[in-house]
Design a protein around this ligand. Structure first.
Ligand code: PGA
Length: 258
């Protein structure tokens, strides 16, 4: 983290877990144990049907609500899709875009780029995900792969909007596997992402953008990961489903790093 230049963001990704009733229960429990520290931004990205319950429960708190996906289109004949305007009106502040689980379902870099642009146009903060597979890491092409994903996803994002984008580095081999990247491995790629953003935009913008790590981050390893200079927060799956664990990660982000 480098709190002098950028926001620390602790974001949960619930994936396809919890009903609206369970959301209400979770949020009530979370509200009762939220730490007072003001260092980090907190977000919970929840299934679309849980958004109203989450927004209602967290109205007077520091916790923002996000979605896990959006349509690149503003409206029209797209059965089953949800637009960025709808998410904003429902009370969302964030939207996860390009998660590897969605990429595995066929989402392309071109669609991800269109979704990033749609989110920014609507005034939502995109949490843009990137990450390599184990095969790519072992083949030594992690840097090239990540640079390509970032460049394609940010095509057409103007200079005055780039600071609104949050980037999450999530190595696919670390997601839901309990096999976390070491702080050094995670730092190396997050630093590389900042270099990519610097080359595309400017040092000032690269210094200001929040880059998160995701992949089996939990209450035990969060502090060490967040102590890295280019890791500005976490995108947390499994551990964000348990209020006690999520709160401990927020507390880790509130600790002094030096
Ligand atoms: P995990 O998921 O923390 O359960 O590994 C992270 C993510 O997929 O965003």
């Amino acid at each position: 983290m480098n709190r002098k230049y950028r926001r620390t963001v602790i974001a949960g990704n619930w994936k396809m877990n919890k009903t609206p009733s369970e959301t209400k229960e979770f949020m009530t429990a979370l509200k009762g144990m939220l730490p007072r520290g003001r260092w980090c931004d907190i977000a919970l990205c929840v299934p679309a049907v849980c958004i109203p319950a989450a927004v209602r429960a967290m109205r007077e708190t520091r916790v923002s609500i996000g979605a896990e996906n959006c349509s690149p289109n503003p409206s029209g004949a797209y059965t089953g899709e949800i637009s960025t305007g709808m998410l904003l009106d429902a009370g969302c502040k964030y939207v996860i875009i390009g998660h590897s689980e969605r990429r595995a379902m066929g989402e392309t870099d071109q669609q991800i780029n269109a979704k990033v642009l749609a989110a920014l146009n609507a005034g939502l903060i995109p949490i843009l995900c990137c990450g390599e597979s184990l095969e790519q890491r072992e083949a030594g092409i992690t840097s090239e792969w990540i640079a390509m994903q970032i460049k394609l996803a940010l095509l057409g994002v103007p200079e005055d909007k780039i600071r609104k984008v949050v980037i999450a580095y999530e190595p696919i081999w670390a997601i839901g596997t309990g096999r976390t990247a070491t702080p050094e491995q995670a730092e190396e790629v997050c630093e590389h992402i900042r270099v990519v953003v610097r080359k595309l935009y400017s040092s000032k913008n690269a210094r200001a953008i929040s880059i998160l790590y995701g992949g089996s981050m939990n209450e035990k390893n969060a502090y060490e990961l967040l102590a890295q200079p280019d890791i500005d927060g976490g995108l947390i799956g499994g551990a964000s489903l348990v209020p006690e664990k999520f709160v401990q990660i927020i507390e880790a982000a509130n600790q002094p790093t030096d």
